[in-house]
Unconditional design. Structure first.
Lengths: 345, 345
């Protein structure tokens, strides 16, 4: 099925686009009443992730309601540790929590490299349904967590301010850490390949905890594995978003991926210089800018677009949308991006 | 009283030193049994902060027990919001919590610019006692939070993952934000001047939440006020530690301060290039490196020292010491710094 709007795919590949494509990380979620209506009928977040029809429904909502140029499949990066053998719970207002964590080589040995068609069929089915229901309106983005971020959750068992347990393992058990990272990487590659086979038009790798590693550690324990993932997915454009990894931008420019996500701390001109001209950059409005007046949102969006002008760009926030953001503010951001073209013309 | 060990003051001023001086952020605290012994007799953290004799005792402990080249007064950055009118509690395992937060101009109007000799006499007295008891062995470091970090706590009422309430105020009420930041800055200057008058040999400004602002916002809402503080304290060397403000290093090189703290994410050579040769750099071993074996700690410390070699440096971690660190690991770090000199000789 041919896509009616393939702006984001062309932008990712560095092809000519009529205007900058736009989507938002966490666009499917709590900011939309329509999402909350679906969600409140269910036992919890995980039921939504694991029910393909409903996951597809909330995936498509922001396309209909907000007018974004891509749908990102509604899921969670923690489906991978769960499929590998560590069940998680999503605690209301507290975030994820794992009953069992990884403490030893024996724990790692017990983890499996899951067949995604068995263990993660719910996400693959959700992608298939989404593709069918979107009927070519916009592309579908698949995703997974970066191995280092998944590793962190597996060791810590939850979010953390310092991730000192996970980092401690890197310092005290580097060899064991690599075994675990390798196992996560293999699982992630199989999962992303299955997402592509199920219809994902592009995929994004989220390294949410990139920013807590030192530059040397990031190279050894994260970028190495992200690089393996990029190499393994030649079929569709790959985006790497490593939150806080400002120190690795030059190295990230060498990854076999199409797009690098920038967070709002990263200066755009400097990032372009470090990453080079051969990557599309994605981002990077501060999600808190959407708390401002519509005039201010438009102004901030234009300031951002001006800085990206003339180079490969996909408009987005520099982080996921915060749940208390007004949907009209999100629409204002999206419209500002779409109207920017006419300013150029 | 002349100092027997003024290495850190000379290093801060860019004068010749026989070896690199070393201290650790949060060196006075839970890692020491001697600290926990003092602490457990008290009702809580705040009683320790507000009892000058005991605050002085725990301030001096790491000089005796660990052999650091400076004592940093035991206190908290939140004494300033409290003195201005917002009482805080320190909740065990949860961190600070303010019952009342700042929501409006009326709330800001109610805040006072406290006379530190009245409202913060406990810290000033602690400095005087520490100076007397140290009897010139090492210098005493005073400190305060940067206005932006204090502002964040005043708005959020506690720590936060995103500090989106505080950032929201910057976007929605920039003029009001500046009024509050100005009031905090005035209070902080008076407080630091009083610390110096009470005997502090140098002072450090901690901008713990620097890293959550965009570069443009950091310039407008944080660096501007840090700059005012630096200008107002010509009497002693000033150190600015802005955690996560990698994007502001070039601007920070222009501050009227002697030393810039680096966190462990910041590449040393790049930081030197951005900040320039006329500042002493402080840092920046990853606090988690102290979880490694002694051989590994020594190696990592030497790798760090090699990178600073030949330029102005005060050895420290890139963040505060984590409470579960083994004191022997800390000693190993300190000894590694002290022994490094002989390698050079």
């Amino acid at each position: 099925m041919s896509l009616q709007n393939d702006l984001i795919l062309r932008a990712a590949k560095g092809e000519k686009v009529e205007r900058t494509p736009v989507w938002l990380m966490r666009q499917a979620g709590r900011i939309l009443k329509e999402y909350r209506d679906v969600r409140e009928k269910l036992s919890g977040f995980k039921e939504l992730v694991e029910t393909p029809e409903l996951a597809a429904e909330v995936t498509i909502q922001p396309v209909d309601i907000l007018g974004v140029d891509a749908a990102i499949i509604f899921s969670d990066i923690l489906v991978i540790p769960e499929a590998m053998g560590l069940t998680y719970q999503m605690l209301e207002n507290k975030g994820p929590w794992f009953e069992k964590t990884i403490k030893s080589q024996a724990d790692i040995d017990q983890l499996i490299i899951p067949n995604p068609y068995e263990k993660l069929a719910y996400t693959l089915d959700a992608i298939k349904i989404t593709k069918k229901e979107l009927n070519g309106r916009v592309p579908v983005i698949g995703f997974a967590g970066a191995p280092w971020t998944i590793f962190s959750y597996m060791i810590e068992g939850s979010g953390s301010k310092t991730f000192s347990k996970a980092k401690k393992m890197l310092y005290t058990e580097p060899a064991m850490s690599h075994v675990l990272l390798d196992k996560i990487t293999q699982s992630t590659i199989l999962y992303l390949k299955a997402q592509v086979a199920s219809g994902a038009d592009m995929v994004q790798v989220f390294d949410s905890w990139a920013g807590i590693l030192s530059p040397a550690q990031y190279q050894e324990f994260s970028l190495k594995y992200i690089s393996q993932i990029c190499d393994a997915i030649p079929e569709v454009p790959v985006t790497v978003f490593a939150k806080g990894a400002f120190f690795a931008r030059e190295e990230m420019g060498k990854l076999k991926c199409n797009t690098i996500g920038l967070d709002w701390n990263m200066d755009i001109a400097e990032s372009r210089k470090l990453i080079g001209a051969n990557k599309t950059l994605q981002g990077n409005l501060d999600p808190c800018a959407l708390y401002g007046s519509f005039a201010e949102i438009k102004k901030q969006t234009n300031v951002m677009l001006d800085q990206f002008k003339g180079s490969r760009h996909i408009a987005n926030l520099g982080h996921g949308l915060y749940p208390d953001t007004n949907p009209d503010a999100v629409r204002c951001f999206i419209e500002s991006v779409k109207e920017y073209k006419s300013v150029l013309a």
